[in-house]
Write a protein that binds this ligand. Structure first.
Ligand code: HEC
Length: 196
């Protein structure tokens, strides 16, 4: 009896831990698509690797400082992160999530500074060299209480063009990712066009 329940626990542990679902390739947090090529919103990205937070990041010529600048939190799948540490490159089927949250002030004991509030947007970037002619594609799931379960890729001009032109490593903004920039520098994988 005791032996049987021990065996049961071992099997359960293997089911939970075995084949860790941290993609890429063949595991549960690889990017998942519908048959119409829409990306299914990853549910578990908060358990991925946390890359950085930007505060009030804005890029257009009309960009200006805001009194309540939104935070953006960047996450990447653990397996893609580990591959990047090894090589300074993103493997095929890498997926990033960019989560935008409002910033708040003066809550509870907080007297100065900002903390993160409501979810404003969830976006994703996927590298898939066979699925997308431009290798990377970009998706938005909306935000707030109306998060979409799946989304089709944005047109290239909306996202890809800026990422491709300005990202420090292979379409990604590694120049703003403080623990990854030194890796790219030491592996020599910064885009030739990138200027700090
Ligand atoms: C004008 C340039 C620009 C455009 C256009 C742009 N982004 Fe980005 N994106 C950035 C920068 C800069 C970052 C760095 C992270 C930050 O803002 O904190 C970033 C980061 C990201 C990331 C995190 C992974 C990475 O590539 O570094 C995702 C996902 C993302 N953007 C999605 C999108 C989507 C979806 C669109 C189109 C709707 C878009 N972006 C359009 C500049 C841009």
């Amino acid at each position: 009896m005791q032996k049987a329940s021990l065996l049961g626990m071992t099997l359960l542990a293997a089911a939970v831990c075995g084949g860790a679902p941290d993609g890429p390739s063949g595991t549960a947090s690889d990017p998942q698509f519908t048959k119409d090529n829409e990306l299914i919103r990853p549910r578990d990205y908060r358990a991925w690797i946390y890359v950085t937070s930007g505060l009030g990041m804005a890029y257009g010529s009309d960009a200006r400082e805001s009194a309540d600048p939104p935070f953006d939190n960047v996450f990447v799948q653990p397996a893609a992160y580990r591959a990047f540490l090894e090589s300074g490159r993103w493997p095929d089927r890498t997926i990033f999530v960019l989560e935008v949250r409002s910033s708040k002030q003066h809550g509870s004991i907080n007297k100065a500074g900002h903390f993160q509030g409501d979810l404003m947007a969830v976006e994703a970037a996927v590298k898939d060299e066979t699925r997308f002619a431009e290798k990377w594609a970009y998706f938005g799931f909306g935000g707030g209480n109306s998060l979409k379960d799946q989304a089709k890729a944005f047109p290239s001009s909306a996202c890809h063009s800026c990422h491709n032109k300005n990202g420090a490593v292979d379409n990604t903004f590694v120049q703003f990712y403080p623990t990854l920039l030194p890796v790219a520098e030491s592996k020599g994988t910064l885009n030739p066009a990138y200027r700090p």
